[in-house]
Each structure stands twice: as structure tokens, then as C-alpha cells.
Design a protein around this ligand. Structure first.
Ligand SMILES: Cc1cc2nc3c(=O)[nH]c(=O)nc-3n(C[C@H](O)[C@H](O)[C@H](O)COP(=O)(O)O)c2cc1C
Length: 274
């Protein structure tokens, strides 16, 4: 029996959730009105946050000259990544030139004071450490909501984390005028997709779901993580299929790791060795 309240629709939600792809190629010369961008921001505004602190501000950049300058900040950010974080399969950010808008999500860390504060030396650090997480996941929820809103409006976006790097944040705060202690934890270039990208690698549902207790045969060993970083990461990030089994060169790419990445039990022995 379907007991969903009237008007709510799982299938419609899943369509938006599945289509929220990181697309890094936009059609040139397109525009959207501010009413569309405001609807997208409204999705971000409705995200949950620790203590309802709403530690975010959304800087919507739709002025072409300003967009160009944000684009230039990210071109420099991209080059630094290439020079100083070698091996990471980053994509050149030149596609940002074709955005209809860029939303910079700025987090205000002062709001962490709203979360639980330890009253004895023993607990000060423990709560402070968790408050970092509460702050960041709240911002993540807002960014995710923005991206879902973008998708529901027939647009597409990417999720750029480079604004959180100190150098890039400094440049963005000077350009956009927010206080430098705030942090641009997410930057969302928005545009019309140049191509339809519906799928991307996801771990099998049976592998990620644990019923009632952590199932140790679903544990991923350090060796598996190392293999992902060394051999699979760029393909898992950019290929348009949900399952690695669908890759034409699956056997060559996965080798002895095929079962680990494609079945319910990456660690059949169940030993929790790292
Ligand atoms: C916290 C976070 C940071 C990310 N940072 C970047 C980034 O800096 N640049 C980028 O191109 N994509 C970035 N992404 C997008 C991921 O690469 C992307 O979500 C992942 O490869 C899965 O693809 P999908 O979004 O199409 O499902 C980030 C995603 C998240 C959640």
C-alpha cells in the first residue's frame, strides 16, 4: 500500500536525484532569469543544519563581468592543483566560461558556537571536533539541495570544492566582498548541459547496505582503496555508467578486484584488517 502523503512522489524525487550529475560541459550563450536562480537558492535555504544555524550565504554571480572574474580565480586554482597536487584526475575548469550563473556557498564558522560545547577539559575537544563535522555536513546538505534544484529546473551543475583552499578563498573573498574568515566551501557553476549524462558509477546497493549491524564482508580493505586511487579513480569519476561491469574493458581495468567492486561482499573473509 502506498501511504505517501498526497503530492509526494518517490519516483519523481528519484528522477531528480539520479539526474543530478556533475556535468562539466555547458552550452554556450544561454541565459536564465533571476526567478529561476532564486528558486534554486530556495532549495538550498530549506536544507537541514545543526541547531538550525543555517551557517550559509549564497552568492549568486550572474553578472558576466563578475562571472569572468570568478572563472579566472578558478583557472588559477586549477593550475595550482595541477602543479601541487599531482596525480589527481582534475578537469580543466575552462567549461566555467559557459555558465548561466555561479553560486558560491559561503560558510560562516562562527555559527559552530550554537552546537554542543564541552564544559570540562575532557569534553571540550570532543565536542569541538564533532562541531566541525556538524558545520561542514550542514553546508554539504545545502549544496546538495542546490544541485537538486538546479536539476529540477532542467539545468546542470558541478560541485567545486577548490574555494575552500585558503589561497582561493582569499581571492574569492576579495573579489566578492565577504569577510575572509568565511569560507567558500562549495562553488556551483550552473549551465545548460552540452550532453545528457544520466549515469555514473555507484557501488551496488547490497554492498552499501548493512542490516542491523556492520557486515564485515562489506568492509573495503586498504588494498582496495589503493587500487581505486592507482587504477580506477578517473574512470569511476567520469565514465557514464552506473556499474563497472558495463565497462567494455572491465576485465582489464578491474583485474583481480572485479568482485570487490561489483558484488555485495568486497571482503568475503570478513576480516577487518586495513
Ligand atoms: C564534497 C565534494 C567535493 C567535490 N569537489 C569537486 C571539485 O572540486 N571539482 C569537480 O569537478 N567535482 C567535484 N565534486 C564532484 C564529484 O567528483 C562527483 O560528485 C563524483 O565524481 C560523482 O559524480 P556525480 O556527481 O556525477 O554523481 C565534488 C563532490 C563533492 C561531494
Amino acid at each position: 500500500m502506498n501511504d505517501t502523503p498526497a503530492g509526494l512522489d518517490y519516483e519523481a524525487l528519484m528522477q531528480v536525484v539520479r539526474r543530478r550529475r556533475s556535468v562539466r560541459a555547458f552550452e554556450k550563450g544561454r541565459h536564465v532569469g533571476r526567478e529561476v536562480l532564486e528558486k534554486i537558492v530556495d532549495c538550498g535555504r530549506w536544507a537541514p543544519s545543526g541547531a538550525n544555524s543555517q551557517p550559509w550565504d549564497f552568492i549568486v554571480v550572474d553578472d558576466p563581468a563578475m562571472k569572468e572574474q570568478v572563472f579566472e580565480v578558478f583557472m588559477r586554482q586549477s593550475q595550482r592543483l595541477i602543479d601541487h597536487a599531482r596525480g589527481f584526475p582534475a578537469v580543466k575548469k575552462s567549461y566555467m566560461a559557459n555558465t548561466v550563473a555561479i553560486i558560491v556557498v559561503v560558510g560562516d564558522p562562527r555559527w559552530k558556537a550554537c552546537f554542543p560545547q564541552g564544559t570540562s577539559p575532557e569534553f571540550v575537544e570532543e565536542y569541538a571536533a564533532n562541531n566541525e563535522k556538524i558545520h561542514l555536513v550542514s553546508l554539504g546538505a545545502a549544496i546538495q539541495n542546490l544541485q537538486l534544484g538546479v536539476t529540477a529546473m532542467g539545468l546542470t551543475s558541478a560541485w567545486l570544492s577548490g574555494g575552500g583552499e585558503a589561497t582561493t578563498n582569499r581571492e574569492l573573498s576579495e573579489l566578492l566582498g565577504y569577510p575572509p574568515f568565511m569560507e567558500a566551501v562549495g562553488t556551483i557553476p550552473i549551465g545548460y548541459p552540452q550532453k545528457d549524462v544520466s549515469f555514473r558509477y555507484r557501488r551496488p546497493i547490497k554492498q552499501v547496505t548493512h542490516w542491523n549491524r556492520y557486515e564485515p564482508e562489506k568492509f573495503r580493505t586498504q588494498a582496495q582503496i589503493d587500487y581505486y586511487i592507482d587504477r580506477l579513480r578517473p574512470f569511476a569519476m567520469y565514465r557514464g555508467s552506473e556499474r563497472m561491469e558495463e565497462w567494455e574493458d572491465v576485465d582489464e581495468k578491474l583485474g583481480p578486484w572485479k568482485d570487490a567492486f561489483t558484488t555485495a561482499a568486497p571482503n568475503p573473509g570478513g576480516k577487518l584488517d586495513t
